[in-house]
Design a protein. Sequence first.
Lengths: 508, 364, 322
Amino acid sequence: MVEQAPAIELKGISKAFGPVQANKNISIRVMPGTIHGIIGENGAGKSTLMSILYGFYKADAGEIFISGKKTEIPDSQAAIAAGIGMVFQHFKLVENFTVLENIILGAEDGGLLTPSLAKARKTLLELEHEYGLNVDPDAVIEELGVGMQQRVEILKALYRQADILILDEPTGVLTPAEADQLFRILDRLRQEGKTIILITHKLREIMEATDTVSVMRRGEMTATVKTSDTSPAELAELMVGRKVLLRVDKTPAQPGDVVLDIKGLRVVDDKGVERIKGIDLQVRAGEIVGIAGVAGNGQSELLEVLGGYAEATGEIRVNGQPLDLSGRYADGRSRRARGIAHVPEDRQREGLIMDFSAWENTAFGYHRDPGYQSGVLLNNAAIRADTEAKMGRFDVRPPNPALAAKNFSGGNQQKIVLAREIERNPDLLLVGQPTRGVDIGAIEFIHQQIVALRDKGKAVLLVSVELEEILALADRVAVMFDGHIMGERLSAETDEKELGLLMAGVSA
Amino acid sequence: MDVMPKWAEVILVPLISLVLAAVLSAIVILAIGEDPVEAVNLMVTGALGSTYGWGYTLYYATNFLFTGLAVSVAFHAGLFNIGGEGQAMLGGLGVALACLFIPWPHWTLALLGASVAAALFGAAWAAIPAFLQAKRGSHIVITTIMFNFIGAAVLNYVLVNLMRPPGSMDPATARFPEVTHLPTLHDILLPLGISFSRSAPANVTFVIALLACVLVWFLLWRTWLGYEIRSYGKSEPGAKYAGISPVVITMIAMLISGALAGLMAINNVMGEAERLVLNAVEGAGFIGIAVALMGRSHPFGVLLAAILFGFLYQGGAELALWTSIPRELIVVIQALVILFTGALDNMVRMPLERLFLMLRRREA
Amino acid sequence: MDFLTFVQLLDSTVRLATPLLLACLAGLFSERAGIFDIGLEGKMLAAAFFSAAIAALSGSVWLGLLAGIASSMVFSLLHGVASITFRGNQLISGVAINFLAAGLTVLIAQDWFSQGGRTPSLMGGARFEPITLPFAESLGAIPIFGPIYRELISGHSILVYVAFAMVPLTWWILFRTRFGLRLRAVGENPAAVDTAGVSVVGLRYAAVIICGVLCGLAGAYLSTALQAGFVKDMSAGRGFIALAALIFAKWRPWYALYATLLFGLFGALETRPDVIEALFGIRVQGALLGALPYVMTVIILAGFVGKAIPPRAGGEPYVKER
């Protein structure tokens, strides 16, 4: 039998963004009718590679073969013509259009809309029957949940008769149950002969869903193996380049008095949607409490309320004294005065001003501290000296206070934020996604610093979407789902499976 | 990541933009059959060749300093205040009321009082768009444009119906009393033994404008308020995280901006016209946009840009006097400066960045 | 106030609303595609000058119209280069275009005609003449309908009819064609259009060019139909009133018609203080009436009377995210 041509073959793909080399000489073969996983840490270059395949970016060098035929993909139009469909991590849907309008956009029949819509309605019905992808064609996108929106994206690709489907981190916003459903759909698509590329940084998904897997690290492809021939440990090692520390070295916690006491907390966002639906939670001195959950289940809102920049009702006490929950002017400042420090989830959006220098960023949030003033003016020299000392203690590289935040690597940016917050010696530290987009060396250092603060008898509230991180770092875990706390567990007495069920809203 | 060194960002980019604007202006002059070299000569002699010329150049520069600083402060807070024109108009109304209805004992006190009035009126006219932006999310660019027109209508109404002296057909106030007249540069420099043109309108307000420049610099880079304004301008989510209130900063930045624009009136209304006329601002509010863009919203850059535009204004008036080139040439130059330093910034920046990237790669 | 005065008032409302309507629809195309345009004023002014100038020089108003549209399109393309190709600030670009037009028109007018920044008065074929619709005279005798038909509906220049026809046409293009779907999508989420394999740049340039054509018509109407020749700054803030009308209309074609008619009515009343006095018994200052569109727009913007939500991607240059 003649060997079948691969559905996709990439040869020597390279791509640079300014001074950053995102993809270095990458080659890959994907056979038709298979699910191929691409795994790697954040920033390893997975999404860039797939965006090149979809014509969203242009490669600096390299060749693409589709079903054995060399194909130029200068834009998404060409990718679609070559039978490639892509479901991006952030959906590319027009929010105030209907499902049908989104599906025909760019794939209309002729210049008039009415016949296009009629034809699409018919085709959509057929696709729904074929793959079990039910969705109301006349629903407006912004009224649909994320799971449904993802279906629309998949239908969009199928409507364009894609044979190759790329999914970029498709489960990031899904509950485990929704994710399972997605994988069933993908399996069905594979049986129909479609080729699927699954980009993820979650080992579990790779092991469960894929036939073959490629590992990327720092812009390079480090290995391609059959999934059945490998193990999670091996993949993890390939991903980070050495054995991963799955457990942080720490002694058992010795919880003291209650520092943070939350009772009946409710948060309604500015669209009127209730995001937190009455939660109770306590964090004691000398313990790390982790909040686990799929992104978007109220964790961010919890941090915002505690940080003083979102309104809420209910009661929060810190060291026995109530906090103002009205979200009024400069509550962030009064929170800091009360001994609450906050390492926000998104350091580039919130934690730092990217154009400001490291020393200006070290004053961020504490810029009205009397120690930073001289008379009515800012004492820039004092702030600079303070920054230099902090950079030294936290091993920030390069140790140059005048450098703008955007010129530091992700790990060093996070260290600047962490140094600013931890060195205030807070009673309560709020930490969101402490190691997102941070290189492995810095992760260990950051985890150690958080544990060290706990060991000094301080309370830490950790929010992370990485279950592994929560299990490694937290002493106690609370799981949030749909604005509720589904349950609390001691991390020593639970596992990913149990937490995963809670994250899906299944109370045990 | 920074691709370009800082000096290229601060000096090279604006300089290239300026050269592009100058070259195009020269082409425009050529196209209408005049000689650009001759035109530049005329402008230089007219604007800088005598103390009379300097007196006008600095007078215009004073206006542009105020409006340029006004736009800059708003820019730092991430707000685009196109309403400088209206705010300066209302500032004029404040000056007129202060000068006409309060019996001042001395010009220094009158200046102080009129400054306060000008700043208050200017700030008040900025306050409504600022409030609507902060509280209701109404786009401040559109509201400030609307307020320019509303301001003109209000002023028109006030001048025609309320403040016009009986018997006068002119939509203008009465002349201000003698005691409120400000000393010109001639008056100030004479005791120092420097003879400065008596008929040029530059006056003590120029010194106040320089002072405003320094104060704005201190405000932005040496106080926590300035720190908060700049932080908010760079990142609203960041500001919220740091306990900086978007509502408060939007209000404060726009009030300062409006006050600065309003302060212009002590120069043109109190210092020069000595009465309030209908079109007193003469587009200086809009030139503030060009000045702020060219000066990269830095007070020192704004000072240089304001003097350049003062020169262009006076030089342009001289051109119109001696050649057939109309004064509107200056409007064209102003437009080109805004276009190149503002909207087409990337056209200059992108090739430069590529160049620096290439140089860096070669080094590496 | 008698019936005929009323009809005449509406008649001048239509005349004054026409340039506003054309400019408003121009802005609608541009802003629906995500390109804010505060340069409507400048484009109208440029078109007003070039159509009057070429009409004066050639004696043909049609050549003038073409020149007006062409000049407006040049400014549109400039806005496109700045805001689409070089991803510059659309507001600043608009400001620059307004000044460029204000300066260049006078400069060139002075160079060509030496009449202090104006063109010679247009006569005969160099102007758009009113069109008398069939049976205007014979039907005019019928009560109520007759005067309305003769005074209000008949007797406008061709551009007025074009402007009013543009309203259903715009609606149809926007909501019933593929181009319209894509245009609206690119103003809401350009990434969706891009990943669907449609050129964001191409769509936005198309929108900006249509905007140029419509502004060209608006400008040409000002100098060759409403008036007979160009004078300095003759657009007199109409571009901004059109912008206000666009917000008032919440970026929808039929509402644009109503908004511009309303603002046109204000303009008509401004010149007829006697009518206001007869109607309301008070004297209202013309200047204050002229400011009414701006005040109303601010109120709409403040969200007290229904929120005006602009296209979501408006004002943002499209950069593929990393």
